[in-house]
Design a protein around this ligand. Sequence first.
Ligand SMILES: [Zn+2]
Length: 447
Amino acid sequence: MHRYPLAKGTVVIRGGAVLTPAGLVDADVVIVDGLVTAVESNVTAPEGATVLDAEGCITGPGFVDLHTHLREPGKEQAETIASGARAAALGGYTAVVAMPNTSPCLDSAFVVRAVLDLGATTTTEVAVAGAITVGRAGEQLAPIAELAALGVQLFTDDGTGVQHGGVARRALDYCTGLGVTYAEHCEDLAIASGGVVHEGAWSAKLGLPGQPASAEEAMVARDLLLAGELGARIHLLHLSTVGSVELVRAAKAKGIAVTAEAAPHHFTLTDAEIASYDARFKVNPPLRPDEHVAAIIEGLCDGTIDAIATDHAPHTPETKDLPFDEAPPGMLGLETAFSLAYERLVEAAGMRVERLFDLLSTNPARIAELDAAGARPYGHTAHGARVAPGIPANLVVVDPSARWTVAGTALASLATNTPYEGRSMHGSVRHTILRGEPVVISGEAQR
Ligand SMILES: [Zn+2]
């Protein structure tokens, strides 16, 4: 088994507020040899300590992304595990879950172990979601038990949903027996019928093939029925429609063990963006009209949706510059997620900062079992806990008053396909601390 080393030395985070188990408190944070040892006011930094300025900032648990496409193995020109991890650290993430749709895909112990080993020395901890079916082909179950033994906690064919209800039911039952979580990319391909944008006024106006909201909602409904019937736990990826939020809300009220995530682009952008025919706005599930965006925000605020996940999907310019209907879906997300969430949810919708940290850190850590109670058998450290003595120092320091402008070429990702090019953002990540090591200081990656 792997062991993730704690950094030696002392770090003092000075000034600002700290998100503790008791809420936000003005304090300094002391880290010694990778563990938080004190949260108190007016700390005197010992000689040789690294002092990080957090005046006007909030220090909280490092973010955890449930949905990152790292592209290695297979498409290293778009992103590598190292470059994606650097983007993650700059975005405030101390752990990410790498999605299995690489090539080869993550359906064997050999490839999963290779990815986990490559991720072990990067600037964020890399966990892995295994494929549910061999080759993500939706037919034969992957060696789920073997991958679970390596520490894989989430299983998904993300990129596509499992189309065959019988296969989905068997996989869900099998995952439940093993104590791991089935995660679904909800899209009924027969209903979606090759649509590359949301079916509605804009698809009609622009002459682009649309896919209706029901393509997502039909699979959400099917999976909730299966999970309820089997008493299984299920996680629903990147929800984007009014109906999906309503279905999950009703299922939770009935006691079904469902968790759900939403991506920043689905609560900040609408399908009006596709009027530019710019493939940077092509994503799956597609951008939707205002009422869907409002439903996602409501779901995030009222607890129906548990986590913000980036669906970070790097693509090379050669592929993204293709005509809209030929370009691959997906957009960068790791380095813009905090700013977008802070602006849209805290500043515009009035969400409490504590809730934002639940959505970006505590809940995703629990869903991926990267929290203190989780299994973490591959040696990942604990993430998502509010800041208190004794926890591993996986922390982020965010500056809510910072302003910055997005430029794809300035991002750490190898790819540049951000839909927010040129946009000015509110709030930024100032420092990221991984196991006691400041891997980002004042917005600069340290390695
Ligand atoms: Zn997906």
